[in-house]
Design a protein around this ligand. Structure first.
Ligand code: ADP
Ligand code: ADP
Ligand code: ZN
Length: 214
């Protein structure tokens, strides 16, 4: 079981999708879970929508409750038999501590935390060019990782859109939130002895090769 960590736009979702394909791991993306909840207008969706649209984190208690409910329902299914990738969770120290409790509760262990290291100017370019499938959530980039047919998802044929929170005003806020609330996790997991640093700026196939080595 691994955690993929890094600022918005670092390539977590892109690498998670490749790991799913190669190792049959299950991807758990809290961002995807929130977007699904928003679409379906569930209780989590109504709350999350507001915070996400302003580039804030969804409060810890809701996020933890959502992931806990998700795991309770899914952890014993066939899809989880090869392990999982947490993509976008934890994002705060409180979430990381709670994850440790959840691990002992469900009797599993995090083997590695992979941190995609990448400077801010690169992130801004990635997020402004990111296009996301409205149906399955797969992400593309208009220059670095284009779909076969413009505006259409390779995987499911869905429409590719610019996420509302990938607009420049919101990106700036998300990066601030990352530095304040998520970056401290690098120290946290270094102390736990499971942090692995990967250069996130190189070509996405090369990033994948580095992760594969780990
Ligand atoms: P990105 O991959 O670009 O960093 P995500 O899809 O992971 O974005 O997350 C989108 C938004 O969903 C975040 O900006 C935040 O508002 C919310 N979110 C996702 N994961 C969490 C989390 N673990 N804790 C709180 N909010 C979260
Ligand atoms: P995250 O989930 O960390 O927010 P994504 O995986 O969605 O990030 O990637 C952000 C954007 O950058 C997407 O448009 C993606 O296609 C692109 N991208 C991902 N990895 C790379 C890479 N190594 N080089 C160039 N572009 C990349
Ligand atoms: Zn799709």
């Amino acid at each position: 079981n691994i955690i993929l960590m890094g600022p918005p736009g670092a390539g977590k979702g892109t690498q998670a999708a490749k790991l799913v394909e190669k190792y049959g791991l299950k991807q758990i993306s809290t961002g995807d879970l929130f977007r699904k909840a928003i679409k379906e207008e569930t209780k989590f969706g109504v709350i999350a929508k507001y915070f996400i649209s302003f580039g804030y984190l969804v409060p810890d208690d809701f996020t933890i409750q959502m992931i806990q409910e998700y795991l309770e329902e899914n952890i014993n299914t066939e899809e989880f038999k090869n392990g999982f990738i947490l993509d976008g969770f934890p994002r705060t120290i409180i979430q990381a501590r709670k994850l440790a409790d959840i691990c002992s509760m469900f009797n599993f262990k995090i083997d590695a935390v992979i941190n995609l290291d990448i400077p801010e100017d690169v992130l801004v370019k990635r997020l402004s060019g990111r296009r996301t499938c409205a149906d399955c959530g797969k992400s593309y980039h208009i220059v670095y990782n284009p779909p076969k047919k413009e505006g259409v998802c390779d995987a499911c044929g869905g429409e590719l859109i610019l996420r509302d929170d990938d607009k420049p005003e919101t990106v700036e806020q998300r990066l601030r939130v990352y530095h304040e609330q998520t970056q401290p996790l690098i120290d946290y997991y270094t102390k736990e002895g499971i942090l692995k640093e990967v250069d996130g700026t190189i070509d996405l196939e090369d990033v994948f090769a580095e992760i594969t080595k780990i």
